[in-house]
Design a protein around this ligand. Structure first.
Ligand code: DX5
Ligand code: ZN
Length: 216
């Protein structure tokens, strides 16, 4: 069973409430929230203050927060206070990934690593028992609307094997360039949490959700 985690990065923020209602009414459980600092990635998005407002108005969504910031340890407490349910961050963005995971777990929330296209799975190996989620980036982080990097299918397959070997119920999330036209292949490769931004929000949202709901 897989889930869709629509990325709000592609959402028209003047229609945020209307669009969140559409997601909710179409059975969407997860929201993918991309936090960018203009430093780890060359783009700036939104942070804990906006996420807190979403949390307060929509308590039912699982807030899947993807941190693309340097030194994520500086905003972890704010993210937790804002109501994040899942936090993923990039191992290159901090000297102490495992310490961040411990902090998130102390708050009773899920935590995992987000892997850039060139980052190997080896950074997960020795801390696999502490991971709730592995996020494979299928584009370079920072922008929506990019094309899926084909070489990442084999990383998704390898991540699935690693998860099976661990015998742990680790979520395998894939983020970037996912569309209704390639989601089947992403699922067949072993992903069970699918991020899609521009493909959901840049056209009729309800008909896109119908297609995804059928495929997932
Ligand atoms: C990119 C973000 C993605 C992005 C995906 O850095 O992490 O979550 O919003 O957008 P699409 O689905 O348009 O590639
Ligand atoms: Zn993301």
């Amino acid at each position: 069973m897989a889930n869709l985690s629509p990325s709000l990065l592609a959402c028209n923020f003047f229609e945020l409430e209307k669009n969140l209602d559409i997601l909710k009414n179409n059975g969407i459980k997860y929201l993918h929230l991309d936090v960018m600092d203009g430093n780890f990635v060359p783009n700036i998005s939104f942070g804990p203050a906006i996420i807190k407002q979403i949390r307060e108005k929509y308590p039912e969504f699982i807030l899947d927060c993807h941190l693309m910031v340097n030194k994520p340890e500086n905003i972890i407490d704010d993210m937790l206070n804002a109501g994040a349910d899942i936090i993923t961050f990039h191992p290159e963005s901090t000297f102490h990934p495992h310490r961040i995971i411990q902090t998130v777990h102390k708050a009773g929330k899920k935590c995992g690593l987000a892997l850039n296209p060139s980052t190997g799975l080896d950074c997960c190996e020795y801390i696999i028992d502490d991971l709730d989620i592995i996020l494979v980036m299928s584009v370079n982080p920072g922008f929506g609307g990019q094309s899926f990097i084909e070489s990442q299918y084999s990383k998704i397959k390898d991540a699935r094997k690693m998860i099976e070997k661990s015998q742990k119920d680790i979520i395998l999330e894939v983020d970037g360039g996912v569309k209704t036209s390639n989601v089947d292949k992403v699922l067949e490769s072993g992903a069970n949490l699918i991020v899609s931004g521009s493909d959901v929000f840049n056209q009729n949202i309800e008909s896109q959700l119908d297609i995804y709901n059928e495929k997932l």
